[in-house]
Design a protein around this ligand. Structure first.
Ligand code: FES
Length: 198
């Protein structure tokens, strides 16, 4: 387990715990902070769509943006990464994402609008930890020898492939969530809405 993984996990647990037990007092305490933000920041904190420039995202790279207080991963998948998806259809719990509602444009083999570009919420569907990237196949990143690359949630060991599909017999009940998103152009995505102006 990486140190970063531990920190992410702890932070997410804290957020989950706060959300679970937070009552009126917790909400009231947040108001002055939100009110002190600029209008654009206030809109963002409230869940406004986020426009992202992906022009510098090279094949094999991942970037993280924040939307509604959640990390959203955008990954430019290589051909090799995409090839692992077909190989893993029998190893993942819900290969076609039938258990969990996904945007219609993600109901396909790659769970994405464009095959190479994955957009997914980086929060484990078990108890809300933030999984760590383990992109290298094999044992280099402390994974089993037959590992093909993907993500490991350090909290309780759920593993996900390059489409955010959870492996069988893991604590996470469903695949990672694909958020609503739309392409404005080849290099710009809006996270949080399905079509321009929606
Ligand atoms: S929170 Fe991810 S495995 Fe438990």
């Amino acid at each position: 387990m990486s140190k970063q993984g531990k920190m992410d996990c702890g932070r997410r647990r804290l957020i989950v715990a706060t959300a679970a037990v937070g009552g009126v007092g917790a909400v009231a305490a947040l108001v002055p902070f939100v009110s002190s933000l600029l209008p654009s920041e206030r809109a963002k904190a409230a869940g406004a769509p986020v426009e992202v420039d992906i022009s510098k995202l090279e094949p094999g790279q991942m970037m993280t943006v924040e939307w509604r207080g959640k990390p959203v991963w955008i990954i430019n998948r290589t051909k090799d990464m995409l090839e692992t998806l077909t190989k893993l259809n029998d190893a993942v719990a819900d290969p076609k994402s039938e258990k969990q509602q996904q945007p219609a444009y993600a109901q396909n083999e790659t769970r994405s609008i464009k095959p190479e570009m994955m957009v997914v919420v980086g929060i484990c569907t078990h108890l809300g930890c933030s999984p760590s990237s383990k992109f290298k196949a094999g044992v280099d990143e402390g994974m089993p020898g037959d590992w093909l690359g993907g993500f490991l949630c350090p909290c309780h060991g759920s593993t996900f492939d390059f489409a955010g599909r959870v492996y069988k017999s893991k604590p996470a009940p469903t695949n990672l969530e694909v958020p609503p998103h739309v392409y404005l152009s080849d290099t710009r995505i809006v996270i949080g809405e399905d079509k321009k102006g929606a």
